[in-house]
Write a protein that binds this ligand. Structure first.
Ligand SMILES: *Cc1c(COP(=O)(O)O)cnc(C)c1O
Length: 309
């Protein structure tokens, strides 16, 4: 995973400011208490030479739902944030990009109650290749079931892409990486498979694809795209709970997410999944997914917001 390569501008509360000047005070509420919410979106260079953002409106709508869940209202509308995202991509002349909108409780009081503190919003864009490594997309990743459970909705609410929620993901990710794995698989508090630290999970058996129900997971946009795509390609897709022993015995396991795209899983808890490399169904879905984001499948044109600069 590459470090952050600066781009010229970050959108900050309505203005494009130079990357190095997009700064906040160290006593910002969100820094202390994780009071904020964000999105991860990708823009791709399309086969026709244009660029397009993948499911922009769906991501921004989810961001405003995160605001609602956290009761920390975002000062901008969906339309305003969609436009700001495109403006930021254009200002930075990004042919493809990872896009990170974030709203957070700003500087003011430091009581837990956010009070009258402002809510600040930024949109940053940068180049970010394959999240789990280029070879991960071809060969698959090695995964460890975490000793940490996925957050329970009575403690933190996993449907919000809330800053504070990611302490749970960081605990699981650090444990997995320190133990020599690429990614962590988290179970819910009842012991059923939930999701990874920033990816939803699918298992394949024959022509049937299973993914976890929405109860304990972040409702991934890519999860939704994969479900739609797989059904359109004739696979049976079932949203149902399953356990890690069922996952161990699946023909294929894969992750979906904006950062990870469609990433095969080749090993879980030192058990080889299927043939120990990307399975045929995973590869099929991955290839079709990349065709869609690159604009070569007209059926899913609605998912793309083109932009030019
Ligand atoms: C962002 C995220 C996902 C993936 O969501 P996408 O909308 O597909 O990018 C899955 N799980 C968690 C915990 C996430 O934060």
């Amino acid at each position: 995973m590459a470090g952050l390569e600066p781009t010229p501008f970050i959108w900050f509360d309505g203005k494009l400011v130079p990357w190095d000047e997009a700064k906040i005070h160290v006593l910002t509420h969100g820094l202390h208490y994780g009071t904020g919410y964000f999105e991860g979106i990708r823009a791709y260079k399309c086969a026709n030479g244009q660029s397009a953002v993948f499911r922009l409106r769906d991501h921004i709508t989810r961001m405003l739902n995160s605001a609602k869940i956290l009761a920390l209202p975002c000062p901008y509308t969906v339309d305003e944030l969609c436009k700001a995202t495109l403006d930021t991509l254009v200002a930075n002349k990004m042919e493809s990009a990872y896009i990170r909108p974030l709203s957070f409780v700003g500087y003011g009081g430091l009581g837990v109650y956010p009070g009258d503190n402002p809510i600040n919003t930024i949109i940053a864009v940068w180049s970010w290749g394959a999240y789990l490594g280029k070879e991960a997309l071809d060969l698959g990743v090695r995964v460890k079931t975490s000793s940490f459970s996925r957050i329970h909705p009575n403690t933190l609410m996993g449907k919000a892409k809330a800053c504070g929620n990611y302490v749970n993901s960081v605990l699981a990710k650090v444990e997995a990486v320190q133990d020599g794995y690429d990614e962590a698989l988290m179970l819910d508090t009842n012991g059923f498979v939930s999701e990874a630290t920033g990816e939803n999970v699918f298992i394949v058996r024959g022509k049937t694809i299973k993914t976890t129900p929405l109860t304990s997971i972040l409702e991934g946009i890519n999860r939704g795209s994969v479900i739609t795509l797989a059904k359109d390609l004739g696979y049976e897709v079932v949203e149902t709970q399953f356990t890690r022993d069922e996952l161990y015995c699946a023909d294929e396991v894969f992750f979906s997410g904006t950062a990870a795209e469609v990433t095969p899983v080749r090993e879980v808890d030192r058990r080889t999944i299927g043939k120990g490399r990307a399975g045929d169904v995973t590869k099929h879905l991955q290839q079709e997914f990349f065709k869609i984001v690159q604009g070569t499948n007209p059926k899913y044109q609605d998912w793309l917001t083109p932009y030019t600069f």
